[in-house]
Write a protein that binds this ligand. Structure first.
Ligand code: LLP
Length: 432
């Protein structure tokens, strides 16, 4: 009935998430509010870890792509679940470090890391850095030389796989700003370059083909292509690649018609390719890293809004205004992303109308969605938008000087604040 299995209806007819009444949460913490189901997050982590144990003898690591959702509490949870992290900026590194995360399990990504960020990564003990381009390789070698250390480096490769997702979020094809292209020989040259650097330890290869992918074909193709490159490196450069990072990108259910696979199918599919390739070509099996982001936190989250005005334009549409919008969820305006919504205090009523949920920002395109089936709602009702746990809080902004919502974690029915709501003083805190 609901897109996420942690949602239910209680005896009062209110929507619950992991047992907690969403109307009570809205009352207690105010709206807009992000609510995250901690148990679901932990279960997703365990599913991924188990899949590496089951299909690849545990010879790998799960790294949560923290760009999907970053705050101190999530890094604490990842630490407890024995999960690594993917970080892409000083901000993510700092947040994780301050949360007490063991940074040796952090992988530093990005296509334009600054020298300051690289030094910060090294100061905090980040375990691996993924180089995106020749300039970065040279910079990493120089910094390692200055610090008289050796930096473990992976190279980001574009495997040439088009992941058939929204073009803004597919990254494995040749025309992408990320990584070294295979087709042009650039990737192989980059490997030679790293091997020739005195201060770099060449660990392995990385690829990430895109995001919101709902089947394993692209991942299988990418794994095959990466194994072919590993084999070429062994044959021609006599170097055995130790690590293969296959990125993230597994999709989730946003609306009923989405049909994601169980998350362990990802590892099942790629491990089969790698195991077979290694056996047939007499290659040592590389340590595999996977980097799921969305699939760990996406379905675990909802956003609660309070309904303001209704506006019906005859024969055209009905707008329902809520107290958030593109500032807390920019995914509709960016990607025309689809969501499912429920009137939380009327969850057992039928969805009797189709509406446009409009945000409160000064931008015509500011919507949570159009033509959305919804229970009839009135001002003061609470709307829950489902599966907002990934790339909502992390992409939120202060557009129109709106305060970012609080984030609450729910654990077996009990709730706690993880990120407090911004205040108006937060909004002006950097203004001189
Ligand atoms: N690894 C790397 C190197 C990545 O760039 C990403 C996502 C991931 C892992 C995790 O991908 P996931 O499992 O979350 O799909 N803002 C967009 C998504 C951008 C994804 C960027 N990279 C959205 O809201 O859909």
């Amino acid at each position: 009935m609901f897109v996420s299995e942690n949602l239910n209806i209680n005896e009062k007819g209110n929507l619950t998430i992991n047992g907690a009444d969403t109307t009570v949460l809205a009352q207690k913490y105010g709206t807009p509010l992000y609510v995250m189901d901690e148990d679901m997050i932990r279960n997703n982590c365990r599913t991924y870890i188990k899949s590496i144990e089951k299909y690849y003898d545990g010879r790998g690591m799960v790294c949560f792509a923290s760009k999907a959702f970053s705050c101190k509490e999530i890094y604490r949870i990842m630490q407890q679940e024995n999960i690594g992290i993917d970080v892409v900026s000083a901000g993510e590194i700092y947040t994780a470090y301050k949360a007490g995360f063991d940074m040796s399990k952090a992988v530093f990504h990005g296509n334009n890391k600054s020298a300051e960020e690289v030094n910060m990564a090294l100061d905090t003990g980040v375990g691996r850095i993924v180089a995106d381009n020749i300039y970065e390789i040279e910079m990493l070698d120089r910094i390692a030389g200055e610090r008289k250390i050796s930096i473990p480096v992976l190279l980001r490769i574009k495997p040439g796989v088009d992941a058939h997702t929204h073009s803004f979020i597919s990254t494995g094809q040749i025309d992408s700003k990320f990584g070294f292209a295979l087709e042009t020989g650039e990737a192989f040259e980059a490997v030679k370059k790293v091997l020739s650097c005195n201060n770099l330890e060449f660990r392995g290869l990385h690829c990430h083909i895109g995001s919101s992918i709902l089947d394993t074909r692209g991942f299988v193709a990418a794994a095959e292509i990466m194994m072919t490159l590993i084999s070429k490196i062994k044959d021609e450069l006599n170097y055995e690649v130790k690590e293969l990072n296959l990125g993230g990108g597994f999709g989730i259910r946003y609306v009923q018609s989405d049909d994601p696979l169980p998350y362990d199918e990802y590892m099942n599919a790629v491990a089969e390719v790698v195991n077979k390739y290694c056996a047939e070509n007499n290659i040592n099996r590389p340590f595999i890293i996977i980097e799921p982001g969305r699939s760990i936190v996406g379905s675990a989250g909802i956003t609660l809004y309070t309904v303001g005005g209704r506006k019906t334009i005859p024969d055209i549409r009905t707008y329902i205004s809520v107290d958030g919008g593109m500032c807390d969820n920019p995914r509709y305006i960016l990607y025309q992303a689809e969501y499912d919504a429920i009137v939380a205090n009327k969850a057992s009523e039928p969805k009797s109308e189709r509406v446009t949920i409009a945000g409160r920002c000064c931008e015509t395109g500011d919507m949570i969605g159009e033509n959305m089936p919804l229970q009839h709602c009135e001002p003061g009702d609470i709307i829950a938008v489902c599966a907002t746990g990934a790339y909502n809080y992390s992409m939120s902004s202060n557009y129109n000087r709106l305060c970012k919502p609080a984030v609450v974690f729910v654990n077996s029915g009990s709730d706690r604040l993880a990120v407090r709501r911004q205040t108006l003083d937060d909004i002006i805190s950097n203004d001189i």
